[in-house]
Design a protein around this ligand. Structure first.
Ligand SMILES: [Zn+2]
Ligand SMILES: [Zn+2]
Length: 157
């Protein structure tokens, strides 16, 4: 999905330095869930520093333009959330892949939580952890190999 970076929310951004402009311009062409390293790689020839990338990503999260998704194995990925409906993430415990899954009912949750608990939700993270199709078939194959490696007489029938 191509996002317009001339939108009002992005123009709100304080202190638009040249490096920040470069980062902002590059974000829509990155994969849906990108890491700080992806941003660094994309801007390598412009000499944008790691510190600047992290600072800018933090700022964009604070501004509500990016969502930070913490990964179980450490690190984080980011995604542009402006103009996007809340969605769940299918998180593969095997390969670490994040896949979006639309959940329209997530839109109604903040209002319901506010009414029931008086809690104002700032953003929503909903993650379903498991194994993707690719990792599931790889695991099935591995299990078969293990059971083939067990000598026949010790194998339970
Ligand atoms: Zn996987
Ligand atoms: Zn996502």
């Amino acid at each position: 999905m191509r996002l317009s970076l001339t939108s009002k929310s992005l123009r709100r951004l304080p202190r638009r330095t040249r490096e920040r402009e470069l980062i902002l311009d590059r974000l829509p062409s990155l994969p849906g869930h990108f890491s700080a390293d992806d941003v660094l790689d994309a801007l390598r020839r412009h000499g944008v520093s790691r510190a600047t990338v992290y600072r800018t990503l933090d700022l964009l999260v604070d501004q509500g333009l990016l969502q930070r998704v913490h990964l179980d194995e450490g690190g984080a990925r980011y995604e542009l959330i402006h103009d996007r409906a809340p969605h769940a993430h299918l998180y593969c415990l095997g390969c670490g892949r994040l896949t979006d899954y639309p959940l329209p009912f997530l839109l109604q949750l903040p209002g319901r939580v506010m009414r029931q608990k008086g809690f104002a939700a700032e953003h929503l993270l909903f993650r379903i952890c498991g194994y993707c199709r690719h990792c599931r078939s790889a695991r099935r194959g591995r299990r078969r190999n293990i059971s083939n490696a067990i000598p026949k007489r010790t194998r339970k029938s």
